[in-house]
Design a protein around this ligand. Structure first.
Ligand SMILES: Nc1ncnc2c1ncn2[C@@H]1O[C@H](COP(=O)(O)OP(=O)(O)OP(=O)(O)O)[C@@H](O)[C@H]1O
Length: 644
């Protein structure tokens, strides 16, 4: 209705504009003719014979040939014509909705404040689809209510109809799901709970759920969640991140379930020691291409967490290859027939299979028709749909049509957790305005670049910014900031004659090896380290409950980065503060970035005067003086100050 009104209004505006242009053009032509007539008259009167002759001749000719084209008489001044005027551009909000996928227009908008208590009665699952066993497990873990994204997704992924809970749905394949919900709102449980519930009914172990995440740290974190939630359900969970050797990973994933030896012959249905595999895309590609019998044909769930980040990685065209591996194609059939031939011609029979045929058992229903050899058609020969349900999650889910199309989604259902907005409800999502946790407070401090270290000390010692993540722009700046902070702390504690506790700060960046990083993270989780200085390596997904502050020491380059950084605090409805230090020359860009995201008024500006910093200055200067001799040799200290 609104669209039609807008279109009519635009058309009427365009009509009026055309009328105005026509009138102005007619007026100009009339003026032009009038001036021509004046010139003729003047020339005749002022006795300009040449011009008068031309004019007279022209007028005679015109009288003789009234309809033929006559070149205009040169004028003293050129007539002016109005410039063509364009109609006003439609507002951004209208543009954002144009060409929007119908699935997005039909998205289910979920209020972030929604909470659903989890009942423990045997027969009452409050519409969540969770079994009593799972509800009890959640209670043991202290989870008594479902968060908004979970209340929306669980009934959808865990239908009450038992047939729809089957592991294979070749004739009634499930719809894919895209979920956008703020950071720390419980997206992980929104997919872990249904996967554990549905897969618990399986009898044979096959690879049925694949969870792809962008970093190793996130793989470890999600694995822990699966293990905690799935305790006592008998599901086998594996990881593939490249942390261990490829051969080791292969033995963890693929083996004969009886002898536990790696199978050396191709099995049509693949082989798996795990029901759920959590991995990074790189290692996943290695297994798809290099591990015999690693098959995705039995997948019931393909989860792409932090989907916008993963879809931005075109690494080895990973997504296309994964999707292809879940669907039957002629190449699958060709591969199996090829290996069959090679086995027949092989001089030594392959172990441990007694025959030379690929083991015909274990094909997923979707793949069955590729392997029938008989001349008459049966149900087996019917084309069936893959039962793999794709689940996409992010706090900053992309709406880029190209990227979404690459996923080949099946009748996707969108769930968007965001506060109610006036007008069209998906508009904020379409315009990539992201929802922040309601419990988050945000501040920015605009200062000179040279004052940033002092500002950080001020935040720590005046505003109690500990249990904090401090984000810098690079691994190098991370190391330097940690060194400077340690010097400052030593000077400060020395001045207070050791009465104050020194704040422990550590760097967490790609400069440290994987095991060192793991140790540092564990110490931070155990609160032995109070401040972790890091690059954007852990800006996404990492869930550490006690982080009460996030400081962007170097400003984030875009809104997505900002959302994920600040989202490391204020998780699971806890309170949290985010601080961003902005150099004076960055202030304009940063503010316009926030404004474009409709978020400027949420970020309060904190003004810090020289007076506020005065009590820290002596220690800062003492620390500078005391440390100069030590550092002047290797120039580190000088660089510290010039770069920070
Ligand atoms: N229903 C619940 N009750 C209590 N705590 C919950 C509930 N659901 C999730 N949590 C906790 O909330 C925290 C954040 O959850 P999670 O890591 O899934 O957030 P997320 O939405 O994936 O965030 P991000 O976008 O940053 O990855 C976790 O510690 C999780 O255990």
């Amino acid at each position: 209705m609104r669209k039609r009104e807008e279109r009519e209004e635009r058309e009427s505006r365009q009509r009026k504009e055309a009328d105005r242009v026509r009138e102005e053009r007619e007026a100009a032509e009339w003026e032009f003719k009038k001036q021509s007539a004046d010139v003729t008259q003047n020339d005749v009167e002022t006795g300009n014979p040449a011009l008068a002759d031309v004019v007279n001749l022209n007028s005679e000719q015109q009288q003789r040939q009234p309809n033929t084209h006559r070149s205009p008489t040169p004028l003293a001044t050129l007539p002016s014509f109005p410039l063509p005027a364009l109609p006003n551009a439609p507002p951004k909000s209208v543009l954002a909705l144009q060409g929007l996928d119908q699935a997005l227009v039909d998205a289910e908008i979920v209020d972030p404040s929604t909470l659903l208590p989890i009942p423990l009665d045997v027969d009452n699952d409050a519409g969540t689809g969770l079994t009593e066993k799972m509800r009890r497990r959640l209670k043991e873990l202290g989870i008594t209510e479902l968060f908004a994204v979970q209340t929306a997704l669980l009934p959808f992924l865990l239908p009450t109809n038992r047939l729809q809970r089957a592991l294979y749905l070749p004739y009634n394949p499930p719809r894919d799901v895209c979920a956008s919900a703020p950071t720390g709102s419980g997206k992980t449980l929104a997919y872990v709970l249904p996967i554990v519930e549905l897969l618990s009914s399986r009898i044979v172990t096959r690879l049925r759920a694949l969870v792809v995440l962008p970093t190793r740290d996130l793989v470890t974190q999600v694995r822990e969640t699966f293990e905690t939630i799935g305790k006592g359900r008998g599901l086998k969970i594996g990881c593939a991140t490249g942390q261990h050797s490829f051969a080791h990973e292969q033995t963890q994933l693929i083996a004969d379930s009886i002898s536990q030896r790696v199978i050396l012959i191709p099995l049509q249905g693949g082989s798996s020691k795990v029901d759920i595999l959590i991995c990074t895309p790189g290692r996943l590609m290695d297994h798809i291409n290099g591990t015999l019998n690693f098959s995705l044909q039995h997948l019931r769930f393909l989860v792409i967490d932090e989907a916008d980040r993963l879809l931005a990685q075109s690494f080895q065209d990973w997504l296309a290859q994964v999707l292809a591996a879940t669907r039957p194609t002629q190449s699958h059939a060709a591969r199996h027939h090829l290996t069959l031939e090679s086995m027949i011609t092989a001089s030594e029979p392959c172990e441990p299979c007694p025959g030379t045929m690929p083991y015909p058992d274990g094909l997923a229903p979707t793949f069955l028709h590729l392997h029938t050899e008989s001349d008459f058609r049966t149900d087996i020969d019917d084309r069936k749909e893959s039962s793999c349900q794709k689940l996409l999650f992010s706090a900053t889910l992309t709406r880029d049509p190209g990227k979404v199309a690459a996923l080949n989604l099946r009748d996707p259902k969108y769930f968007i957790v965001q506060s109610h907005v006036e007008g069209h409800q998906t508009i904020d999502f379409a315009m990539e305005k992201f929802t922040m946790p309601a419990t988050l407070t945000e501040h920015m401090i605009v200062c000179e670049s040279s004052l940033k270290p002092l500002m950080l000390f001020h935040l720590v010692h005046t505003h109690g910014v500990v249990n904090a993540l401090v984000f810098t722009k690079s691994a190098e700046s991370t190391t330097r900031l940690v060194k400077l902070f340690e010097l400052f702390e030593t000077a400060r504690v020395a001045e207070h004659c050791g009465e104050d506790r020194q704040i422990v700060i550590r760097a967490y960046s790609s400069d440290a090896g994987a095991s060192e990083r793991k140790t540092i993270l564990e110490k931070f989780k155990a609160q032995e380290v109070q401040i972790l200085v890091c690059s954007d390596l852990i800006s996404r997904g990492i869930d550490i409950s006690h982080i009460s502050h996030v400081v962007s020491y170097d400003a984030p380059v875009d809104m997505r980065k900002y959302v994920h950084r600040v989202g490391r605090t204020a998780r699971a409805r806890r309170a949290g503060d985010a601080w961003t230090l902005i150099e004076e020359q960055e202030a304009r860009y940063f503010k316009s970035m926030l404004k474009a995201a409709d978020h400027l008024e949420k970020v309060k500006r904190l003004r810090v005067s020289e007076k506020d910093l005065a009590h820290l200055r002596p220690q800062y200067e003492v620390c500078e003086l005391c440390s100069l001799p030590t550092f002047s040799h290797d120039m580190t200290f000088c660089r510290l100050h010039s770069d920070l």
